[in-house]
Design a protein around this ligand. Structure first.
Ligand SMILES: NC(=O)c1ccc[n+]([C@@H]2O[C@H](COP(=O)([O-])OP(=O)(O)OC[C@H]3O[C@@H](n4cnc5c(N)ncnc54)[C@H](OP(=O)(O)O)[C@@H]3O)[C@@H](O)[C@H]2O)c1
Length: 292
């Protein structure tokens, strides 16, 4: 099959491409950076260099593909992040129609049922809604949990302050996933003959914040690493200090609030469509220890 993958050599897209190439498919990888072309070719894929903000480019990158994998890349400087995400989804929908694509695997998120109040996840909700209106196109949405790899951003906090935390509680329940487990599920879906519109959760493990702190802490010799709950405004200030736009920072805090309230887990907890990822948090903790 000919398959076009967005997301460059990112956390999911690189292992996804590797799996598809190993299975004998012709893979095209979308990247916004011409410097990645050589690494993409070295994997055995064809680079398509351009931006997901450009519908004509996307149409060209999708044309001739039997299936596409869509994801909306993070944009830390968006002025209106939810609108930006929905807008990239709209670009994809137009390109899918223009290119006559019949099978789409779309990366969404746990919490994708929340049309508002869930930060960037509410943007992904509208991408799901628009894709579900595509006539004659089989669409499978994948709703992964919170990526284990997000905790790599906490390494400096753990090192310098001896704590780990966010704006959710020590006993908040976090449904999580290892990106490679998402790549497995996406590869399976892209190669299967599904029809209609469907959605699947992908969850590798579920732990409270305090359990996360203990598992990651144990891997670095700090088994009593405390989980500290931050105020929303502290999260906003820290994100802005790290270069995020005000709107992106506010949306991050909003996402933390739905993790805290556990509204993010509501639909997942009721769903019969769950793919269990094989990677435990303890296994990821070894990567965390290496980064530490
Ligand atoms: N983090 C979480 O907990 C979580 C949970 C649920 C869902 N998600 C979803 O997962 C996504 C991240 O997936 P990931 O970790 O696999 O991706 P990733 O590692 O962040 O990589 C995304 C890649 O997209 C490329 N890109 C950025 N802007 C682009 C543009 N304008 N046009 C074309 N390509 C562009 C970049 O590569 P180049 O520089 O080569 O272009 C970037 O490395 C999030 O955006 C979100 O939608 C995340």
């Amino acid at each position: 099959m000919k398959i076009t993958i967005t997301g460059s050599l990112g956390n999911i897209s690189k292992p996804l491409a590797q799996k598809l190439i190993a299975a004998g498919h012709q893979v095209t990888i979308v990247s916004s950076n011409a410097d990645k072309a050589a690494a993409i070719e070295a994997l055995g894929a064809t680079p398509a260099i351009g931006s997901v903000e450009d519908v004509d480019f996307l149409t060209k990158a999708f044309t001739g593909a039997d299936a596409v994998y869509t994801m909306v890349p993070p944009n830390m400087v968006a002025n209106s992040w939810k609108k930006y995400i929905a807008g990239i989804g709209h670009n994809y929908a137009i390109a899918i129609k223009n290119a006559g694509i019949k099978r789409v695997v779309n990366l969404s998120s746990i919490g994708g049922h929340l049309a508002e109040g869930a930060g960037p996840i509410s943007g992904m909700h509208f991408v799901e809604v628009e894709f579900n209106e595509l006539e004659g196109v089989a669409v499978r949405h994948l709703r992964p949990g919170f990526f284990y790899t997000n905790f790599l951003h906490n390494v400096d906090m753990v090192k310098n302050m001896g704590i780990i935390g966010a704006n959710y509680k020590p006993d908040s329940v976090i449904s999580m996933v290892y990106p490679n487990d998402i790549a497995d599920a996406a590869a399976d879906a892209l190669q299967s003959d599904f029809t209609g519109k469907s959605l699947y959760y992908i969850i590798s493990s579920v732990h409270t914040s305090t359990e996360v702190a203990a598992i990651l802490g144990t891997a670095i010799g700090k088994p009593n690493l405390p989980w500290v709950e931050f105020k929303d405004e502290d999260v906003v200030a820290a994100m802005e200090q790290n270069g995020a736009s005000h709107d992106v920072a506010v949306n991050y805090a909003e996402m933390g609030a739905v993790i805290k309230s556990e509204k993010i887990n509501e639909d997942y907890n009721k769903s019969a469509h769950v793919i269990k990822g094989k990677t435990s948090l303890e296994a990821f903790a070894k990567d965390f220890a290496k980064a530490f």
